[in-house]
Design a protein around this ligand. Structure first.
Ligand code: MN
Length: 231
Protein backbone atom coordinates (compact mmCIF):
# COMPACT_ATOMS: atom_id res chain seq x y z
CA UNK A 1 0.00 0.00 0.00
CA UNK A 2 1.18 3.53 -0.66
CA UNK A 3 0.12 6.75 1.06
CA UNK A 4 -0.09 10.28 -0.30
CA UNK A 5 2.20 11.27 2.60
CA UNK A 6 3.84 9.38 5.45
CA UNK A 7 1.32 8.20 8.07
CA UNK A 8 1.76 9.47 11.64
CA UNK A 9 3.99 7.18 13.71
CA UNK A 10 2.10 4.82 16.07
CA UNK A 11 1.63 6.04 19.65
CA UNK A 12 2.93 3.63 22.32
CA UNK A 13 3.73 3.42 26.01
CA UNK A 14 6.48 1.55 27.91
CA UNK A 15 5.64 -1.67 29.77
CA UNK A 16 7.50 -2.65 32.95
CA UNK A 17 9.77 -5.69 32.52
CA UNK A 18 9.84 -5.80 28.71
CA UNK A 19 11.20 -3.76 25.82
CA UNK A 20 7.97 -4.48 23.90
CA UNK A 21 5.67 -1.45 23.94
CA UNK A 22 1.91 -1.06 24.44
CA UNK A 23 0.39 0.29 21.19
CA UNK A 24 -2.20 2.93 22.06
CA UNK A 25 -5.59 2.86 20.33
CA UNK A 26 -7.94 5.35 22.09
CA UNK A 27 -7.78 7.39 25.28
CA UNK A 28 -11.02 7.41 27.28
CA UNK A 29 -11.45 9.49 30.43
CA UNK A 30 -13.99 9.38 33.26
CA UNK A 31 -15.14 12.74 34.64
CA UNK A 32 -15.67 13.36 38.37
CA UNK A 33 -15.25 9.81 39.67
CA UNK A 34 -14.43 10.76 43.26
CA UNK A 35 -17.17 12.41 45.34
CA UNK A 36 -14.84 14.96 46.97
CA UNK A 37 -13.56 16.14 43.55
CA UNK A 38 -17.10 16.21 42.10
CA UNK A 39 -18.09 18.41 45.04
CA UNK A 40 -15.12 20.75 44.50
CA UNK A 41 -16.32 21.08 40.88
CA UNK A 42 -19.84 21.98 42.07
CA UNK A 43 -21.69 18.66 41.77
CA UNK A 44 -23.06 16.14 44.25
CA UNK A 45 -20.81 13.22 43.22
CA UNK A 46 -23.77 10.88 42.74
CA UNK A 47 -24.31 11.54 39.00
CA UNK A 48 -23.93 8.71 36.43
CA UNK A 49 -20.42 8.45 34.91
CA UNK A 50 -19.34 11.08 32.39
CA UNK A 51 -16.97 9.99 29.60
CA UNK A 52 -14.83 12.08 27.31
CA UNK A 53 -11.83 11.35 25.09
CA UNK A 54 -8.42 12.69 24.30
CA UNK A 55 -6.71 12.05 20.96
CA UNK A 56 -4.25 9.14 21.21
CA UNK A 57 -1.40 11.39 20.09
CA UNK A 58 -1.99 13.66 23.11
CA UNK A 59 -0.18 10.92 25.06
CA UNK A 60 3.16 11.84 26.65
CA UNK A 61 4.69 8.44 27.47
CA UNK A 62 7.36 8.70 30.17
CA UNK A 63 9.98 5.96 30.59
CA UNK A 64 10.77 4.46 34.03
CA UNK A 65 13.03 6.81 35.99
CA UNK A 66 12.74 9.60 33.41
CA UNK A 67 11.15 13.03 33.72
CA UNK A 68 8.71 13.85 30.94
CA UNK A 69 8.28 17.30 29.45
CA UNK A 70 4.87 18.96 29.06
CA UNK A 71 4.97 22.36 27.39
CA UNK A 72 2.71 24.96 29.03
CA UNK A 73 -0.20 24.97 26.54
CA UNK A 74 -1.56 27.88 24.56
CA UNK A 75 -4.77 29.83 25.34
CA UNK A 76 -4.88 29.08 29.09
CA UNK A 77 -4.05 30.93 32.30
CA UNK A 78 -5.23 28.09 34.56
CA UNK A 79 -3.44 24.83 33.66
CA UNK A 80 -4.49 22.09 36.11
CA UNK A 81 -3.07 18.73 37.20
CA UNK A 82 -5.38 15.73 37.75
CA UNK A 83 -3.66 12.53 38.92
CA UNK A 84 -5.47 9.37 37.78
CA UNK A 85 -5.17 5.61 37.77
CA UNK A 86 -5.03 4.52 34.12
CA UNK A 87 -6.36 1.14 33.01
CA UNK A 88 -4.74 -0.35 29.89
CA UNK A 89 -7.08 -2.66 27.94
CA UNK A 90 -5.57 -5.86 26.51
CA UNK A 91 -8.70 -7.65 25.27
CA UNK A 92 -11.47 -5.71 23.55
CA UNK A 93 -15.22 -6.26 23.66
CA UNK A 94 -18.72 -4.78 23.74
CA UNK A 95 -21.25 -4.94 26.55
CA UNK A 96 -18.72 -6.40 28.97
CA UNK A 97 -20.31 -7.40 32.28
CA UNK A 98 -18.68 -5.91 35.38
CA UNK A 99 -17.93 -9.37 36.76
CA UNK A 100 -16.10 -10.26 33.50
CA UNK A 101 -14.32 -6.92 33.15
CA UNK A 102 -11.02 -7.62 34.89
CA UNK A 103 -9.97 -10.23 32.33
CA UNK A 104 -9.94 -7.42 29.71
CA UNK A 105 -7.33 -5.45 31.70
CA UNK A 106 -3.74 -5.67 30.47
CA UNK A 107 -2.25 -3.47 33.17
CA UNK A 108 -2.22 -0.20 35.06
CA UNK A 109 -0.24 3.02 35.07
CA UNK A 110 -0.27 6.43 36.69
CA UNK A 111 -1.45 9.20 34.39
CA UNK A 112 -2.19 12.91 34.38
CA UNK A 113 -5.39 14.30 32.88
CA UNK A 114 -3.92 17.74 32.21
CA UNK A 115 -6.66 20.34 31.85
CA UNK A 116 -6.99 23.90 30.57
CA UNK A 117 -9.48 24.59 33.39
CA UNK A 118 -10.44 28.09 32.27
CA UNK A 119 -11.35 26.83 28.78
CA UNK A 120 -13.21 23.81 30.20
CA UNK A 121 -15.19 26.14 32.50
CA UNK A 122 -16.05 28.42 29.57
CA UNK A 123 -17.31 25.43 27.53
CA UNK A 124 -19.37 24.15 30.48
CA UNK A 125 -20.97 27.59 30.79
CA UNK A 126 -21.93 27.40 27.10
CA UNK A 127 -23.06 23.73 27.41
CA UNK A 128 -20.46 23.02 24.69
CA UNK A 129 -17.98 20.10 24.37
CA UNK A 130 -14.83 20.10 26.53
CA UNK A 131 -12.34 19.21 23.77
CA UNK A 132 -10.43 22.47 23.95
CA UNK A 133 -10.05 22.11 27.72
CA UNK A 134 -9.14 18.40 27.77
CA UNK A 135 -8.08 17.13 24.33
CA UNK A 136 -5.15 19.39 23.43
CA UNK A 137 -1.57 18.37 22.54
CA UNK A 138 0.49 16.82 25.40
CA UNK A 139 -2.66 16.57 27.58
CA UNK A 140 -2.13 12.94 28.65
CA UNK A 141 1.20 12.15 30.37
CA UNK A 142 1.48 8.46 31.28
CA UNK A 143 3.99 6.44 33.30
CA UNK A 144 5.10 2.87 32.47
CA UNK A 145 2.36 0.22 32.41
CA UNK A 146 2.62 -2.56 35.00
CA UNK A 147 1.03 -5.89 34.02
CA UNK A 148 -2.16 -6.54 36.00
CA UNK A 149 -0.77 -9.87 37.19
CA UNK A 150 2.29 -8.10 38.65
CA UNK A 151 0.49 -5.06 40.09
CA UNK A 152 -0.87 -6.78 43.20
CA UNK A 153 -3.93 -5.35 44.93
CA UNK A 154 -3.45 -1.89 43.45
CA UNK A 155 -7.16 -1.04 43.60
CA UNK A 156 -6.82 -1.19 47.39
CA UNK A 157 -3.92 1.27 47.27
CA UNK A 158 -3.46 5.02 47.44
CA UNK A 159 -2.98 7.59 44.65
CA UNK A 160 -1.23 10.92 45.21
CA UNK A 161 0.41 13.89 43.52
CA UNK A 162 3.06 16.39 44.59
CA UNK A 163 4.07 19.66 42.92
CA UNK A 164 7.64 20.75 43.73
CA UNK A 165 7.63 18.30 46.65
CA UNK A 166 4.40 19.57 48.26
CA UNK A 167 1.45 17.17 48.30
CA UNK A 168 -1.66 18.43 46.47
CA UNK A 169 -3.75 15.27 45.95
CA UNK A 170 -4.07 12.04 47.92
CA UNK A 171 -6.84 9.45 48.08
CA UNK A 172 -7.57 5.77 48.46
CA UNK A 173 -8.50 4.29 45.06
CA UNK A 174 -11.39 2.67 46.93
CA UNK A 175 -12.99 6.14 47.06
CA UNK A 176 -13.88 5.95 43.36
CA UNK A 177 -17.61 6.40 42.75
CA UNK A 178 -17.50 3.93 39.83
CA UNK A 179 -15.07 1.04 40.28
CA UNK A 180 -12.75 -0.15 37.48
CA UNK A 181 -15.06 -3.08 36.49
CA UNK A 182 -18.10 -0.78 36.55
CA UNK A 183 -16.29 1.76 34.34
CA UNK A 184 -15.41 -0.98 31.82
CA UNK A 185 -19.02 -2.19 31.83
CA UNK A 186 -20.40 1.35 31.23
CA UNK A 187 -17.78 2.26 28.60
CA UNK A 188 -18.17 -0.96 26.62
CA UNK A 189 -21.93 -0.37 26.42
CA UNK A 190 -21.21 2.92 24.62
CA UNK A 191 -18.13 2.01 22.55
CA UNK A 192 -16.49 -1.26 21.45
CA UNK A 193 -13.35 -1.45 23.56
CA UNK A 194 -10.21 -2.54 21.70
CA UNK A 195 -6.76 -3.77 22.71
CA UNK A 196 -4.65 -0.65 23.19
CA UNK A 197 -7.37 1.48 24.74
CA UNK A 198 -6.40 3.50 27.82
CA UNK A 199 -8.95 4.57 30.42
CA UNK A 200 -8.13 7.52 32.71
CA UNK A 201 -10.38 6.71 35.67
CA UNK A 202 -10.90 10.15 37.24
CA UNK A 203 -9.11 12.29 39.79
CA UNK A 204 -9.52 12.74 43.54
CA UNK A 205 -9.89 16.16 45.20
CA UNK A 206 -7.10 18.70 45.29
CA UNK A 207 -6.74 19.68 41.64
CA UNK A 208 -4.91 22.94 41.07
CA UNK A 209 -2.77 25.05 38.78
CA UNK A 210 0.83 24.49 37.71
CA UNK A 211 3.26 27.02 36.23
CA UNK A 212 6.27 26.81 33.91
CA UNK A 213 9.17 25.05 35.63
CA UNK A 214 7.00 23.10 38.11
CA UNK A 215 7.83 19.43 38.76
CA UNK A 216 4.82 17.10 39.09
CA UNK A 217 5.33 13.71 40.77
CA UNK A 218 2.40 11.31 40.57
CA UNK A 219 2.28 8.01 42.46
CA UNK A 220 -0.02 5.05 42.96
CA UNK A 221 0.66 2.04 45.18
CA UNK A 222 2.40 -0.78 43.30
CA UNK A 223 3.01 1.26 40.11
CA UNK A 224 5.99 3.13 38.69
CA UNK A 225 5.88 6.83 39.63
CA UNK A 226 5.34 9.45 36.91
CA UNK A 227 7.45 12.61 36.87
CA UNK A 228 6.71 15.52 34.55
CA UNK A 229 8.27 18.98 34.20
CA UNK A 230 6.10 21.83 32.89
CA UNK A 231 8.13 23.52 30.14
MN1 MN B 1 -9.87 13.83 34.97
Amino acid sequence: MSYVFAPAPPVSAPVVGTTARFPVHRIYCVGSNYRAHAQEMGRTGREPPVFFMKPADALVPVEAGATGEVPYPSLTHNFHHEVELVVAIGIGGRDIAADEAMRHVFGYAVGLDMTRRDLQAEMKKRSAPWCIGKGFDHAAPLGPITLAAQAGAILEGQISLCVNGAQRQSSALGEMTWSVPEIIAHLSAAWALAPGDLIYTGTPAGVGAVERGDLIEAMSTGLQPLRVRIG
